[in-house]
Structure formats: C-alpha cells, structure tokens
Design a protein around this ligand. Sequence first.
Ligand SMILES: Cc1ncc(COP(=O)(O)O)c(C=O)c1O
Length: 373
Amino acid sequence: MIKESFIHIPMVNLDREYLLLKNEIEPSLQTILESGRYIQGPYIERFESEWAAYLNSNFLISCANGTDALQIALMALELSAGDEIIMPSYGYVSAAEVAILLGFIPVFVDVGMDYNLNIEFLNDAISSRTKCIIPIHLFGLPANMSRLLALADEHGIYVVEDAAQAAGADVQINGTMHKAGSVGTIGCFSHFPTKNLGCFGDGGSLCTNDEKLAAKLKMLTAHGQNRKYFHDIIGLNSRLDALQAAILSAKLPYLDQFNRQRRNNALLYAKYFESNHNILLPEYNENHIYHQFTIQCDRPYRDRIKLALMEKGIASMIYYPLPMSRQKAFQGKARIHSDTNAQLLCERSLSLPMNSTLTSEEIEYICTVINTI
Ligand SMILES: Cc1ncc(COP(=O)(O)O)c(C=O)c1O
C-alpha cells in the first residue's frame, strides 16, 4: 500500500508517459528545432502516412485540433443551411457547436447506458432533412457502427465519426475488424494531450477513403487553396505543426500497448469493485480502449465518492454534468429528439483516474477509498 501523505493521483499521467518515451521523442524535436522548419515538412508527411497506415485508411489529413476536424468534415460534405445532423444528446460539445456555426441543425438523439447513440431512437429520428449522422465513440467504446452504417446507407446519409476519444479502438463490421474513425464517410480525431494518441499541445486529424473528399479536406485546412495564393473555396487555417507531428509519430508505435494497459487497468478496477454492488462498471469489451473509466451509481453516493477521493488527493471527473442537448448555447438552434438517458447519466456518472501508466497499487488504493465509504 502507498503511503497516504504522498498520494496524488491525477486522471492522466502525461509526465510519466513522456519519461517513458523521452529518448524517442527528443531527438526528432531537436532535429526540427535546428532545421528551422516548424510548419509543414517531412514530419507532417511522415505522421500522416503512418497514421493512415495504422487506420488502414486511404487518406489522412492532419489539422489543428479535433473541433476543427469536425468543422472541416462538415464543410467538405455537400450540405446546405438548415440540413439536420443527428448526434448523441450526451458527449463533448464540439459536434453541435460546429454544426450550428455552419448553419446546420443538430438533432439530439438519446444514448444507451453505454453512452453511445441508441440505434432504435436513431432510426426514429431520421427525417427527410437528415443529411448526416455524427456518432461519438464516447470514452473509447465505439458505437454500434454495423447497424448505424446500414441505416445511413439505407437513407443515403453521410456518417462523420467523432473518434476523438477512440484512437486505436476496433469496430467490427460484417465480421471484419476496422479501426474506429475509418469506417464512416469521414473520421475525425483529436490529439489533445490527454487523448489516447495525444501530442504536447493541440492537434487533430481526418481520414477518409474517398479521394475527391480527401482533396477537399486538404484544401479546407489550407485557406481553400491547393496552389499557393489561389483560393478556390472558403477554408480555414488549420495545421498540425511539425513538433506535434514528431511527437505523434514517436507515440504511435505504442498506441496498442498503451490501450492494452488501459484495458488491463479496467479489469483491475472490476476486480476490486467486485463486491461493491452500489457501483455499475463500464462493460468490459476487447474493443474498448478506456479513454475514460466511468462508473455509474446513485447521485448522493457518487457525490460522496468524489469528495472522499478529493480528500485523499485522488482526481475524479464528472464527464459530463449537463447533456449536450441541454446546453444553453444550443437552445433554439437544435432539435431535441430524446435525452432521458443522457440526463440520467449526467446524474450518475463519475470518471476515475485512467491511463496506461496507472499502477496496480494506485488502482487498489482508489478502490479501497471508495469501497470503505
Ligand atoms: C468527443 C470529442 N470530440 C471532440 C473533441 C474536440 O477536440 P479538441 O479539443 O482537440 O478540439 C473532444 C475533446 O475533448 C472530444 O472529447
């Protein structure tokens, strides 16, 4: 058991991960610093081709962050103002935010207790104005893409995957495994430092198998130009920088190993919580990469757990305290199809520390603090 006075357990240990990979990260950073070439260049090309190969996707375009990735994806599709975009009622707000910024109407559809889009509700929410679905693979568990893609196909609707929290997760479609993000029309990733494939600042990427779409995505990241100073469409300035690309290339070979460690940590949590019947654990699934380890329980108990952990120097987070569908900024600009579970999950969810470098001693300690409340 670790000495109590020294305990400080954060949600993620970015410093530990850095020390593990220091020798692989630092030489490229040094090379870039000495080269004076900080924007574009070989490190960007290298990361894009390595990440495309990992995802088994034909085209990969890096950009400045995950929110930009979603915005660029929606700008690239043939959509018109007023078109409806279905997305989960529960999750991170980027998808709704960019949809509204671009003049589209988010339609919020409830999630199951696994935090992902409920396919039955999704079916019911599709209207003649629905042009796109954005599943969010929340907390690292991919949505049911087999059924979702079949539905989208049947209705001729685009699918933009928000895979910000699911780098390296697997999805099974007709018995074949694919990487989350690589099976929709466009996949969007965030490389924010705390993500499973995170850099040391902001970063994002998009993937697609459609060549024409890839060319448009690329133009959109670069002020709508594909020849310098010739701007054919309205775009953004959304670039990953060379230092971040080098960091991502150094980390990518460890992504599967780190995700396996997260799965092992999830199993350990499950073992220590085995006899705590007040807690509902996230399902154990080989396709889950546990970006977050999120438990569910009654609100008073949840709030007591949070307080007890805080008193012991252990972090925990409520992802999220308010459904996307109920955010003030979106009222009057979106349609709520259903969000009963989303509201319930806001009351019941608590994310515990989770990362690849969390030790078994730390997990045991966290669980002991919780189980003795
Ligand atoms: C599900 C989801 N989508 C989108 C984003 C936005 O990514 P970024 O912070 O890189 O803009 C995040 C980041 O937290 C996220 O978790």
